[in-house]
Design a protein around this ligand. Sequence first.
Ligand code: GLP
Length: 261
Amino acid sequence: MEVVILTGAEEIGALAADAIGALLARKPAAVLGLATGSSPLTIYDQLAARCDAGLVSFAAARGFTLDEYVGLPADHPERYRNVIDTVFVSRVDFAPGAVQGPDGLAADVPAACERYENAIRAAGGVDLQILGLGTDGHIAFNEPGSSLASRTRIKTLTMQTRRDNARFFGGDVNAVPTHCLTQGLATIMSARHIVLVATGAGKADAVHQVVEGAVSAMWPATILQHHPHVTVLLDDAAAGRLQLVDYYRETYRCKPNWQGI
Ligand code: GLP
């Protein structure tokens, strides 16, 4: 796991955008794993600006989102499909239909989850997966207790996650859906490169567990310790509880210039 501690969200967005730009330059038809939440927003801003400037193109690329609330109407602004369209997809040059997400309105949920797994597989798998981190250590919506071998399925959201996300629903926790469809931990682990982004002191405990804790379903993101290519991009506050913080800083400072994340 490579841990990179940067000055803030802007620098994090630029470094992640560099990695995605480099991927698209060597593989224009790359498959991107897209995350919602506030953490990746500066990445999307950077990519939109670079696309406007003609520096990067998504015309041949594809994307898969991580998760979706169950039951939100198709036109609900907080439906993750609509969120990712607003914050990213509509701002760059993806071909129509190139970005897919789990169907939170499916009548047959297990069939929809299986279709989603098959679609990711048929696309050749995810080349680079962007991830945020829940304060309880969830990635996508794999809440504590999730099977470390899980695939796309329905999950019940914890009250902590519903409270965390109430800010997107006018502060009303009861307006936050109780269920979601989410890629499983094994689905996420199938991506070839994973870039996890976390900022702010509220994530410091979860970050400490992910990077330095024991692998456990209680902190689902700890499964990433078993992945050969994970990059963790943090600000100082999110890195605040890391034991080996000086080592991570030194390692990145001494990294050869030619080597991206
Ligand atoms: C939600 C999403 C996750 C996201 C997490 C953190 O629960 N399902 O994919 O990583 O929130 O969100 P934020 O980046 O806004 O802190």
